[in-house]
Design a binder for this molecule. Structure first.
Ligand code: HEM
Length: 414
């Protein structure tokens, strides 16, 4: 059977498809490799139909659950620890930024799902590293390899899975179970779920007994960590790289932050106090974060705007095209720090980084919080410089994400 792929190149068509006709595009396509790796579409990011809906609903508690909202406090604490760590141990060192951003994000995620006291450990919890390594293995095997989408590779992975019990996932699964799920299981009150993990445990109990606990409870948490870790870290890496190349922009951000007159910038400052920084962050996203959103599959034949899309087609938003389209942006190839000041009409609607509609990124608010706190407090405390005193090559490498070329930066204390 012919397989069609429909790439959405206009923000309006992205909304026509994924919002107005969203119910027809809720599923991910069946890719055999993903089917095997997601244990037959369990978890969240590859789940389909009713299974996806039920699991996704449990994650809605992320933005509504009071306990979790309170955890913004922990996010801020983790950022403070990182800034202190940089100030005390990393000044003048040549730094690969991902070596710090990834553990920071993983620590924040852990806190988010913890029910006990927050970690005493700062920066790099050894088990946290173990989990990161597991995820690295997994993602690096998947990054940018078209073969992975083929059935041939899927069969190979399937065989490997049978022989090895999918070792790449096993390590991460066991850390998630031990660190996050077991403490919930030990203290859950079935009449008063405390957070997303409690809700996943209850959801699992509503399924037939023979269905596996790890597929229903651990796989969605794994998906959450996996989907959030690299994407958020890469955004922060791009911010640091672009700042190293634009010291004049750093100074303007610093000037703006100085008027707040605080030793720590919090998420509360975002909307009223820092229009210039907000514009810079949006411009970093537009300038270097565009790729393609995760594909969806058409449930039924449909015609939208005179275009016929057969059932089973794949649909994705090509953000790399929208973010660089001359019809939408003046000089799109240039980094223009104040492009978003006052959020000129249409600019934010075109910044579809997290996709749109019911299946848009579930971690969008958390990613925005982490990113804002990190960027603002880094500039408040440090000058960011290239380790070679030359402009860092900012050509993106397109894989699953748009990655910066390997580089190092240096921090100087303000
Ligand atoms: C800059 C950071 C991030 C970017 C650019 C990003 C982008 C995306 C995109 C484009 C999708 C596909 C949405 C769709 O199909 O319409 C997605 C899905 C998802 N994201 Fe994110 N994301 C980010 C951060 C996060 C974070 C921090 C988390 C969790 C902590 C997260 C968890 C997820 C999950 C679980 C899905 C699958 C949702 C589903 O299939 O229902 N993401 N993300």
């Amino acid at each position: 059977m012919d397989q069609y792929m429909c790439l959405l190149l206009h923000p309006d068509s992205a909304r026509d498809f994924l919002v107005k006709n969203g119910d027809n595009f809720l599923n991910r396509p069946i890719i055999y490799t993903n089917q095997v790796l997601s244990h037959n579409f369990s978890g969240l990011s590859q789940a389909r139909d009713k299974r996806w809906e039920a699991t996704r609903n449990t994650f809605s508690s992320l933005s509504t659950n009071v306990l979790l909202r309170k955890k913004t406090y922990y996010v801020e604490e983790k950022i403070k620890e990182t800034i202190n760590h940089f100030a005390n141990h990393q000044i003048g060192n040549k730094i690969k930024s991902w070596k710090f951003t990834k553990p920071l994000i993983m620590n924040i995620f852990y806190e988010y799902f913890q029910i006990s006291e927050p970690f005493e450990q700062t920066m790099v919890d050894p088990e946290c590293w173990e989990l990161i390594e597991g995820l690295f293995d997994f993602v690096s095997k998947a990054q940018g390899k078209p073969l992975l989408n083929s059935n041939v590779f899927g069969l190979f992975i399937g065989l490997y899975h049978k022989l090895s019990d999918l070792k790449i996932l096993k390590k991460s699964y066991s850390v998630i179970k031990k660190k996050l799920v077991d403490p919930h299981m030990d203290s859950i009150d079935r009449n008063a779920p405390r957070d997303t993990i409690d809700e996943l445990i209850l959801l699992n109990e509503s399924y037939p007994k023979e269905q596996q606990f790890e597929h229903n409870v651990i796989a969605p948490i794994f998906d959450f960590l996996n989907a959030g870790l690299n994407s958020t870290s890469i955004l922060m890496e791009w911010f640091l790289l672009i700042m190293a190349n634009h010291p004049e922009v750093q100074e303007k951000i610093y000037e703006e932050l100085s008027t707040i007159n605080k030793s720590f910038i919090s998420t509360k400052n975002r909307y009223k106090d820092t229009p210039y920084l907000n514009s810079v962050i949006n411009e970093v996203i537009r300038y270097r974060l565009g790729t393609s959103t995760a594909p969806r599959e058409t449930k039924e034949d449909i015609e939208i705007g005179g275009i016929f899309i057969p059932k089973g087609s794949r649909v994705a938003i090509l953000t790399s095209s929208i973010f660089m389209d001359e019809d939408y942006w003046e000089n799109p190839q240039q980094f223009i720090a104040d492009r978003f000041i006052g959020e000129p009409k249409g600019h934010m609607e075109r910044l579809l980084l997290y996709s749109v509609g019911k299946r848009q990124c579930v971690g969008k608010n958390l990613a925005n919080d982490i990113n804002y706190l990190f960027c603002s407090n880094m500039i408040l405390n440090f000058k960011i410089k290239s380790s070679t005193n030359t402009i860092i090559d900012d050509t993106p490498i397109f894989k699953l994400n748009s990655l910066p070329i390997s580089h190092k930066i240096i921090l100087e204390k303000r």
